[in-house]
Design a protein around this ligand. Sequence first.
Ligand code: SF4
Length: 357
Amino acid sequence: MTQENKFLKRLLQWHDENPRDMPWSGITDPYSIWISEVILQQTRVAQGWDYYLSFIDKFPDVDMLASANEDEVLKAWEGLGYYSRARNILKSAHIIVKEYAGVFPNEYDQIIALPGIGPYTAAAIGSFAFGIKKPVLDGNVLRVITRYTGNDSDILNNKTKKEIQIYLEEVMTRVDDPAVFNQAIMNFGALQCTPGIPNCNECIMSKNCIAHKENIVEFLPVKLKKIKKKNRYLNFIDLRDDQGNFLIHRRQAKDIWKGLYEFFLIESKAEIDIKKELLKKEFKDFGISVKGKIAIEKQSSYKHQLTHQTIYGKIFTVRCQKILDGGPNMLITNSLSEYAFPKLLDLYLQDNLETYD
Ligand code: SF4
């Protein structure tokens, strides 16, 4: 029996002996699989599943989603982060309605051509909904295969991913049910061939696993690329007046949180105390005019970690008698709950505003 055949036989045997009931088990509708995969890529299952249920409740099918506006979709996505994913979901919904009459495409090349759908999500939708033989290459799967085959190339390199994909596509040619295979290998990575030091002595693959035989399990998979992180200092001015109005605007630049709302922002290269600066200028330099004296009531700090950036957010709660003019691109509103804010500002509002939820 070839190495691939042994791998397949043992994997399916392990899967039979280790059933894992997940909330999405048995879902075959491509729209639901798509939304759940995108949401669960960025959050833990317990938390993500609630988001998924509420998203599907608001937008139960692709037609309902496509008829929503961007603000509604971003509001439903609020708190999940990576808002470009929500915008891509909306763009894809428009394409499905326009080009496929609202019916989710059932070919891998059509699925992967949709905005925001990469090889992993396309393989998940393809295999779980349509029985397409494409492997899901997530971190768990890459770990299992690099160890089983003793592959010590950098898994962050696309060439290595391609090699592993080819290996798995070869294995999948012998598979009857691609959905079962993909679920089995993901579960095997999550439960048996775990990060760190797994329990190889009680593993069904141990006889043929090269990493185990050569005693190199703890060194695989290899990840060489280091992510360069940058610090950003965002100073937000939460200007509110005695009538309960706030000053906000929608982020337009090609940057994090595009399309979400925020308070008046001054970004700086390092930590600064803008209190004095702000009081001195009294907003006039920014085109904002107010009635009455401006007073800084409070300063709050929040740190938010993104993959490539650490955000140090300071929010100044500033009061005036009346906001007369918001200045360019600013919006005066007394109903913040209608708008989607980045997580950092959402936390601040929950901590500081009773009427916000
Ligand atoms: S023997 Fe160890 S390293 Fe190899 S597949 Fe099993 S758990 Fe993973």
